[in-house]
Structure formats: C-alpha cells, structure tokens
Design a protein around this ligand. Structure first.
Ligand code: AMP
Length: 402
C-alpha cells in the first residue's frame, strides 16, 4: 500500500512516500523549506535516484503540496506515474485537544475537531488542515488519517498536566498541559533504547526535540510524565519565533502598555518573539550561529538563552523522575547542531554525563552515541522519523487493524 505522509510545519513540509506491504519501503522523501519567506527550497530524493533540488518562491502550503505531487509524478525524478497510485495519506496534526487520544481516520467531524483546535495551535493546525483539504481536492475520496502530536503525552498525571488555575476552568474549558511532538519523542526514545539495548519501559529518559518548534519531554517507564510545551505549543523552551515560558503577568503588563488586543498578543508571543525577537536577525539557528561567530552580540545572547533553557529543563526533569539514564537529541537543531549539543551537554556532568566532544563535533543527521563508553547517563542523537510512525498508523487504521 502506497502511503503519502505529510508533515506540514509552520514554514516547512516534510514528506515521504512509503510502500507498506509487510515490508516498509521508502520510495521517496523530501523537504520543502522557507515557505512564505522567499527562495523556498525543495530537496527531493527518490530511492535509487539522484537528489533533486528546486528553488522557487512557494507562498503557501497548497502551492507547496502541488509542487511535491508534481515532483513525485515527474518522469525524471518521480516514483509513481499518477497521483492515483497513492492509496492513503497520513497527516501529522499538531493539536488534538482532548478530542483525540489516538490516530484517527479523517471525516467531516474529525476536520471540525481539528479546526476547533486551531486557536490552540495557530501556527500548525491551519497548515495541517490545508494539507488535508488540498489532498481531498487532488485525489477525491482518498482515505486520510490524522496522527496527533498530543496523544503520546496523554499519560501525564493530573499533578503534571494541570495548571494552578481554578479547577472549574479545567472542567469547563479543558485548559491543561497537552504537550506536542509526541510522535517524535516516543519514536526517538524507543529507537535509542533499541540501539543501546535498554528497556524503554524501565528507564528514565529526557528527549529533546529541538527544531523551529522545540520541546523537551520526561519519559519515565515508557510513559510521558511531563513535557515543556503546554496548552499550546508556545510554552517551554525559547523557539524560532515563539517566546516559550513567560510570566503571564508580563503579558498583562505589555498588553496594557502596547495597547495590544488578543490578536496582537497572539502575534507577539507566537511570531515576533523567541530567537528572532531576541536577535533581531533570524529565527533560523544556522543564521544565528553564523552571526554569533562573526561577533553579533544579540545572536550570542539568543543562543545562550536557548541553551540555558534546555539545560534547565533537563535538570528539572531529572529531579521530577528521580534520576536520569538517557538523553536524546533530535529535530533540525538537535540532529545537526554540534554547537547546541556541546553547550548543553558540557553542563550536565552533575547528572552523570561524560560527554564525548570528538564524537559530537561535526556530527549531523546521523544516529550516534555522543557520551564516553562509561558515561553513567548516555546521550544519543537520533534522527526523528515521525513520518514512519504516521505511515504505520495510517496503514493500520485504513486496514482496520488499529
Ligand atoms: P525543524 O523545525 O526540526 O525542521 O528544524 C529547523 C531548525 O533546525 C532551524 O532553526 C535550522 O536552522 C536548524 N538547523 C538545520 N540544520 C542545522 C545545522 N546544520 N546547524 C544548526 N542548525 C540547523
């Protein structure tokens, strides 16, 4: 069964076309980046063929998906003749609120549910929904499955997921911590355990999914105990354009001073803050690392703030779990930035990390252990593969096995 997996982020679309038939074969994959910026870049790789790169402006996600389908069916770089060969589509969906505790087949009600969650994830759910709608138009009647970023964290206990607000507001509006990147946190933690021959169900893990959106999770005995994102993906770490944890009192103060309405506050905390807000240069880690190397003080400050918060969360989660056995880095930054991993891990000797600076240096996009052999707490880089988990769920749901 040929399954197209779409992972529509705020400014990127990752895709994979997989053939699942007892075996799991990757036919093609690609990444479209810088959507809505300029000089968007699509890198497409079909199995057994050369990498193919297109640079052109892609103003929005619909145009992006069209471009991806064109490449998949192109004579030279494609792997299928027509889009009708695609039998199902799996979508990563950021926020399922309390509606969705597991992956589900998309119908009118599910689309409505995803739409209702837009205010909870204003950067992602609209992109996810656009992906679903575009596919409906392009291949009418195709089965589509939504895999939610929130479901892995549904194991969090109430003392972890509740905010210190009146309990009645949780009952009335379900305002609570949900967490995101669940598919990724679970996948990389399990994969690291497999590589290290550790029992996922019996150890204490902190997974760091560091990308444009970033979150850290505490996984104890195979279950998510806590995670840095909350009711929405704006909480926790400092991100590309999001502010992360902030005193709610500061928001009230700023709203008054700057005469911001709700929309203005939303824009401030989701789009104008984080690394771009601090540096005044870019939300992109590569740009910031380059600028810092050239001596830009604000870029350096943004990087210090980012790394400091990652360290703080790892420390806090070690305490919350009563210890730590394994730390996993993933996501665009976690997989590729030796600088961030070094800055974070060099501060973790106190929880048993004996960091291997040589193994870390220059390591990009590959699974590897980056601690010395006798390190009490192991650290790994694992390339995330949310697409594979989504394809598996899609296959199982469409075939009535889940
Ligand atoms: P993601 O949202 O997971 O796709 O991650 C995007 C982030 O990863 C952006 O901030 C990129 O700058 C960052 N990134 C990608 N490659 C590198 C690299 N080689 N060094 C540092 N950061 C990188």
């Amino acid at each position: 069964m040929k399954i197209l997996v779409l992972n529509c982020g705020s400014s990127s679309i990752k895709y994979q076309l997989l053939d699942l038939n007892g075996e799991e074969n990757l036919l093609a994959k690609g990444l479209l980046e810088r959507i809505g910026i300029n000089n968007s870049e699509l890198i497409h790789k079909a199995a057994g063929k050369e990498k193919y790169k297109i640079v052109q402006d892609v103003p929005d996600h619909t145009v992006g998906i069209n471009l991806i389908l064109k490449v998949l069916t192109s004579k030279e770089y494609g792997v299928i003749h027509t889009v009708n060969e695609i039998q199902a589509v799996g979508h990563r969906v950021a926020h399922g609120g309390e509606h969705f505790k597991k992956s589900t087949l998309v119908d009118k009600k599910v689309k409505q549910g995803i739409e209702e969650c837009i205010e909870l994830a204003p950067l992602h759910n609209p992109a996810n929904l656009k992906g679903i709608m575009s596919m409906e138009k392009l291949i009418p009647g195709i089965p589509q499955v939504a895999v939610f970023d929130t479901s892995f964290h549904q194991t969090m206990p109430a003392y972890s997921y509740l905010y210190g607000l009146p309990y009645s507001l949780y009952e009335k509006y379900k305002v609570r911590r949900y967490g995101f990147h669940g598919t990724s946190h679970k996948y990389v933690a399990q994969k690291a355990c497999n590589i290290l021959d550790l029992d996922f169900e019996k150890i204490k893990i902190v997974t760091c999914h560091l990308g444009n959106g970033a979150s850290v999770a505490a996984i104890k005995n195979g279950k998510s105990l806590d995670t840095s994102m909350g009711f929405t993906p704006v909480d926790g770490l400092i991100m590309g354009t999001r502010c992360g944890s902030i005193d709610p009192g500061a928001i009230l103060y700023l709203a008054k001073k700057e005469h911001l309405n709700l929309e203005g506050v939303n824009k401030l905390i989701n789009k104008e803050s984080g690394m771009v807000g601090i540096s005044g240069i870019s939300s992109d880690m590569r740009d910031l690392e380059d600028a810092a190397k050239k001596g830009n003080e604000r870029a350096k400050l943004a990087l210090d703030m980012f790394n400091f918060r990652v360290v703080k969360h790892i420390g806090a989660y070690s305490a919350a779990m009563g210890g730590i056995d394994l730390i996993v880095f993933t996501g665009g930054i976690g997989e590729n930035s030796s600088f961030v991993r070094k800055e974070v891990c060099s501060k973790l000797g106190f929880i048993g990390v004996d960091f291997d600076y040589d193994k870390n240096e220059g390591l990009r996009g590959k699974d590897a252990i980056i601690t010395k052999p006798d390190s009490k707490t192991k650290v790994m880089v694992i390339t995330t593969n949310e697409e594979l988990v989504i394809a598996r769920d899609t296959y199982n749901i469409v075939n009535g096995k889940l």
